[in-house]
Design a protein around this ligand. Structure first.
Ligand SMILES: CC(C)(COP(=O)(O)OP(=O)(O)OC[C@H]1O[C@@H](n2cnc3c(N)ncnc32)[C@H](O)[C@@H]1OP(=O)(O)O)[C@@H](O)C(=O)NCCC(=O)NCCS
Length: 219
């Protein structure tokens, strides 16, 4: 049986994405980044990669609409150009590792494997650039994110006391990605994820909604 391709798209973040990214940030982190922080990151692309995750094209949901209904719908959306951004990822390049500076999925789209898809993108991109480690910070209280990171082989390396603006510590985590055994595991995780990504609808609210964390360093 051939696997249906994932309907989601990941592409580099553009300046025009920032209003939607900032809106998702506000829903995801207690102390969100400003638009100017994202502008800065985008303009310094030699040291970082910022990506957005796009929801599937609207066409999929409109099969049932025929004739004039379909035409009315397309007229109604003419000129509106609603953003398809439902998540994002920030990856900074450092001397010995890449660092995940931010990762979030819109609350309506959580619990569908999209956080995994973003994390996989960070790990695969780091491998492509021949980095041997990926690091990040996470709040001790952010159990959802920790579970996601552990699934992808991140381990705890230390504590940065009072790291976040509200005084919470940060746990430092690392994934060592150079070993062949890690590559094999990553390929297996991607294979397992693909079928899950073929469910194109937003999640019913409250199934997996978790308000995330933030800091100056964001994660
Ligand atoms: C963390 C976040 C990106 C996860 O995205 P998501 O799309 O909901 O997660 P996924 O559906 O890809 O789930 C992947 C894994 O995350 C963990 N996870 C996701 N939702 C969970 C929940 N409600 N409870 C426990 N673990 C959960 C699980 O390990 C899951 O793997 P599994 O399905 O095999 O159990 C998302 O919750 C988010 O945007 N949170 C707010 C921002 C944030 O906290 N970012 C991280 C800062 S360190």
């Amino acid at each position: 049986m051939t696997q249906e391709p994932s309907p989601y798209t990941i592409r580099p973040m553009e300046l025009g994405d920032i209003p939607t990214v900032v809106a998702i940030d506000r829903l995801s982190f207690p102390t969100p980044w400003s638009a100017s922080s994202y502008t800065y990151e985008i303009k310094h692309r030699n040291m970082s990669f910022y990506y957005v995750l796009l929801k599937p094209e609207a066409g999929e949901g409109f099969h049932a609409e025929q004739g004039w209904r379909r035409w009315l719908h397309s007229m109604a959306s003419l000129g509106k150009q609603e953003s398809r951004v439902i998540g994002y990822l920030g990856l900074r390049l450092r001397s010995s590792d890449t660092h995940i500076s931010t990762i979030a999925v819109h609350p309506d789209w959580r619990g569908k494997g999209l956080g995994e898809l973003l994390l996989l993108t960070a790990l695969e991109q780091s491998l492509k650039m021949k980095f041997s480690a990926v690091t990040l910070e996470v709040r001790p209280s952010n159990h959802v994110a920790q579970r996601l990171y552990r699934k992808y082989g991140f381990r705890f390396t230390g504590v940065h006391e009072g790291y976040y603006r509200d005084g919470e510590d940060a746990w430092l985590m690392i994934a060592e990605i150079a070993q062949v055994v890690y590559h094999t595991r990553l390929a297996e995780l991607r294979r397992n994820l693909e079928p899950r990504l073929c469910n194109r609808q937003p999640t019913e609210r409250a199934t997996n909604v978790h308000v995330g964390q933030n800091s100056e360093g964001k994660l």
